[in-house]
Design a protein around this ligand. Structure first.
Ligand code: MN
Length: 738
């Protein structure tokens, strides 16, 4: 085993219990798993032993005994070989000079990923003690773990650390105990790992309230003594009754765990002597039918306490727990609880999610994706349950809809996945967001659009001279909180600007939908509209549109509906309103009809210079009316595909009666020769076409001539192009803008 250079320093280290602990692991593996070939596990042991070398724990034992003990607990859960190997190696990256790559090379990427995951969880520092923070921390741990096996190993790690906490300082004991009680025990509970949860709770209580712990454990010992063999007698009686009924069952007895009694005493404000329900019995059978048969036996044998029967087989608990529960009064007047379950339910009750892991691993579990599919199904099935909050956080790593980050003070903030430092800043306070000038993630300056990752430490730098948020931020934020606060700012700080922008957007939309702006000059209409939007003045309405509180489109749609209603009402009374929300027969301007709009300012775009006969489309400019483009114009095709511009393109038509001519541009390519330009001018002159401009350039024997001409329509233009093409040397004549 001296393959690696690292071994040199540790050759002479004494065994100090490492082999003994390894033997424990072998026993646990043999008892709880299907793993037959232990070569890789032995290799992991040797590897970790060399890596940890002579490192010692507080109690003086070799450090390697700790990861081995954690691996024993993982093996008890009955999960896979990779998990056991990862448990043995779990402190290597953090505490030795072994790297991720070293582990990946030797034991595969899967093991290395799990160890890496455990290492990341180890590095999370818990500082805050508020309940809301605790829930976020639990969620963050789950989110960071990604692979459920990381959590299982972290549980085993924590459990062994709690078991061996006696040698730590008092402050360390309290700190770890609190963390365990607040973070790890609830996670164990939610994952259905009852056995580990109970032990974690009792060990935590031992350090958090040593006096309370002692009171209960002494009380239990005294009560058992006073009840003089009650547990044994009862266990025997149940066993006999079950056997007589011809049922194969195993009966177990125990006292309730200390923390559950503690909680009852403090929750219900009782003395220990007032807690009667201290004993619990368990009958484990082969199938579900026998569970109900045993229940019958118990109720014949003892008097059931009304209202205490619970059927968790028919209705499993959210964490998958299944059993029948009943409380009965024993022959000596002592009440006790009986749990009845099958062996499979028993495994689930003790090891929860880990039990299912093993179960599934046996039948399928090829890819990781498949392995996690069942967890996902489980979580989806639990959506309706009371544990929904927690499981939706378990979902985090499976579905990634939330991200958890730290403030520099160590508080955890939960943000939607994809959130940026802007979301973070506004989640603290709107004043922080509004004055943010710079953001740091893990100590490095990042752009505002930077997407935050789980576990990032985010810091926001503010300045009193900041000019406030930028409109671009609205496109970078993920949380509605941040979006609303940014809008709020614009609403307050930029009223004038909002009114101008809002008015332009509003009027463009009115024109686009053909709602006459003149309608709003009617005082009655105006009052109805303002009331509809809870605005005092039209400026208020424009301002709302300007800062994005109202969409121009929705506003105008509603106004149009309102106008229709008023118009109908007016007509029923025999009146004719001075306005009509219906598009009127529009009049042409410059030979152009803009759908639904009268007397609009029309101009022809310079990029493509359309002439009658061209297919055209109109663009609502900001304040310069409608500009007309050809539908094959590059600018149009570019712009119409953009979300923000799309709505500004409207239908326009050539009017039938036109008496104007239209300017358009032509690009002529020809072989350069003397007299070319003169010949072109002669052709145009012979056609009686008015030429507005002509420029010519010559590059490397090729002449490029640009002309703008006035024509009636496309037909006339066609004639011009044909004649130009007939000029000697002309190779091509193109319309401008194509
Ligand atoms: Mn550890």
């Amino acid at each position: 085993m001296k393959k690696e250079g690292m071994a040199v320093a540790t050759v002479n280290v004494t065994d100090d219990g490492a082999e003994k602990e390894y033997q424990e692991l072998v026993n646990s593996i043999n008892q709880h798993t299907q793993i037959k070939d232990l070569a890789k596990i032995r290799e992991a042991f040797e590897f970790a032993r060399r890596a940890h070398g002579d490192q010692r724990r507080k109690d003086g034992s070799l450090y390697i005994t700790h990861p081995l003990a954690a691996a024993v607990i993982v093996a008890e859960m009955g999960i896979d070989e990779d998990s056991i190997i990862a448990a043995i190696l779990h402190d290597c990256i953090e505490d030795t000079n072994v790297s991720y790559e070293d582990i990946a090379k030797r034991f595969g990427a899967s093991v290395a990923d799990i160890v890496d995951g455990v290492t990341k969880l180890t590095r999370v520092v818990y500082t805050s003690k508020e309940e809301e923070q605790m829930e976020n921390l639990r969620k963050m741990l789950m989110a960071m773990a990604r692979d459920i096996r990381v959590i299982l190993i972290k549980m085993a790690d924590r459990l062994h650390n709690m078991r061996t906490m006696a040698y730590q300082s008092e402050s360390k004991q309290r700190e770890k105990a609190l963390e365990t009680m607040e973070i790890y025990a609830p996670i164990a509970h939610r994952l259905g790992m009852q056995k580990i949860k109970w032990e974690l709770e009792d060990l935590s209580l031992l350090y958090l309230d040593p006096v309370g712990y002692e009171e209960i454990s002494q009380g239990l010992a005294e009560r058992e003594k006073a009840d003089d063999g009650f547990m044994e007698r009862t266990e025997k009686a149940i066993k006999k009754r079950v056997q007589d009924a011809g049922i194969k069952g195993t009966v177990q007895s125990r006292t309730k765990h200390i923390y559950s009694i503690y909680r009852k005493m403090y929750g219900q404000n009782k003395q220990f002597s007032e807690i009667l329900d201290l004993y619990a019995f368990r009958v484990i059978v082969d199938d579900i039918a026998d569970c109900y048969n045993v229940l019958g036996c118990i109720h014949e044998l003892y008097h059931p306490v009304p209202g205490r029967f619970k059927d968790y087989i028919g209705t499993p608990k959210p964490n998958m727990y299944q059993s029948l529960h009943t409380t009965v009064i024993g022959s000596e007047g002592i009440p006790f609880e009986v749990q009845i379950r099958t062996w499979e339910m028993h495994r689930t009750a003790e090891y929860g999610i880990a039990a299912h892991w093993k179960y599934k691993e046996g039948i399928s579990g090829k890819s990781d994706e498949e392995k996690f599919a069942w967890i996902r199904n489980l979580l989806e099935a639990q959506q309706e349950s009371d544990a929904q909050d927690f499981f939706s956080s378990l979902k985090v790593d499976m579905f990634s809809d939330e991200v958890f980050v730290f403030t520099p003070q160590g508080d955890v903030k939960s943000l939607p996945a994809g959130a940026t430092p802007i979301d973070f800043a506004y989640s603290i306070h709107s004043a922080i967001g509004n004055r943010m000038t710079c953001a740091k993630v893990n100590g490095r300056i990042v752009p505002f659009s930077h997407v935050l990752q789980n576990g990032d430490v985010v810091e926001v730098i503010t300045s009193n001279t900041s000019k406030g948020p930028s409109r671009d931020w609205l496109g970078m934020v993920k949380s509605s909180e941040a979006r609303n606060k940014i809008r709020q700012w614009f609403k307050k700080e930029r009223r004038e600007e909002n009114i101008v922008n809002g008015k332009a957007a509003f009027e463009a939309e009115m024109r686009r939908l053909g709602v006459p702006l003149s309608a709003l000059t009617d005082e009655r209409v105006l009052q109805v509209v303002l009331k509809r939007f809870s605005a005092n003045t039209l400026d208020d309405l424009y301002a709302s549109i300007g800062y994005g509180g109202l969409s121009a489109q929705k506003t105008v749609n509603r106004i149009r509906d309102e106008l229709h209603t008023m118009e109908r009402a007016a007509r029923e009374k025999g009146e004719l309103p001075s306005w009509s929300p219906s598009p009127t027969q529009a009049k042409a301007v410059h030979g152009i009809v803009v759908e639904g709009v009268d007397n609009v300012l029309v101009k022809f775009s310079h990029c493509c210079m359309p002439v009658p006969g061209d297919e055209i489309v109109g663009f609502i400019t900001r304040g310069y009316g409608v500009s007309i483009h050809r539908t094959d114009c590059k600018n149009y095709m570019n712009s119409v595909s953009k979300e923000k511009d799309k709505e500004r393109w409207i239908k326009v038509y050539w009017a039938d009666d036109r008496d104007e001519t239209y300017e358009t541009g032509l690009a002529i390519t020809a072989g350069d020769r003397n007299g070319l330009v003169m010949d072109i001018a002669t052709v145009l002159n012979s056609l009686k076409v008015k030429v507005n401009a002509m420029t010519a350039r010559q590059i490397g024997g090729i002449a490029n001539v640009y002309i703008t001409v006035q024509v009636k329509d496309r037909n006339e233009l066609g004639t011009v192009i044909a004649r130009l093409l007939s000029v000697q040397g002309v190779k091509e004549v193109r319309r401008q803008g194509t």
